[in-house]
Ligand binder design. Structure first.
Ligand code: ZN
Length: 132
């Protein structure tokens, strides 16, 4: 029980969808960077909290996953282009894999990633689902 509570308490720090934006060139990075690869020392990076909205840049349907994920197959893994400009690889949930198309609008959701052992330690992370 204490483990579950502790996991929950860490969610805001661990799973806020934040990256960096370079104020010099406007490039957006995820995960966060310390140095802009374009501007190097002239760059000025600032934390950026993403809206969680984006669209599907490319995707693949996973039919034969590892054992850990076999219960949810087939599922979709996509590269999502966030509206701020960065790209993220994520599972797409709550969708029919046959109906996904490039360019579909998606939004971020928090989902259980896995549950471990009898203590019920639950890990959460961000995923995306089709925008309704
Ligand atoms: Zn830059």
């Amino acid at each position: 029980m204490t483990e579950t509570v502790r996991t929950w308490r860490h969610i805001p720090q661990r799973y806020n969808l934040t990256g960096s934006k370079c104020l010099q060139c406007g490039n957006v990075f995820f995960p966060s960077r310390i140095i802009c690869p374009e501007c190097r020392r002239k760059g000025k990076l600032e934390d950026l909290k993403f809206s969680g909205r984006g669209k599907i840049h490319s995707y693949s349907v996973i039919n034969t996953p590892t054992d850990e994920f076999k219960d949810i197959a087939p599922y979709v893994v996509a590269i999502v282009e966030l509206e701020e400009g960065a790209k993220i690889t994520s599972q797409i949930v709550d969708c029919d894999p046959d109906s996904i198309e490039i360019g579909d609008e998606v939004e971020m959701v928090f989902r259980k990633v896995r549950e471990e052992g009898e203590d019920g330690v639950i890990s959460y992370g961000f995923k995306f689902k089709p925008k309704t």
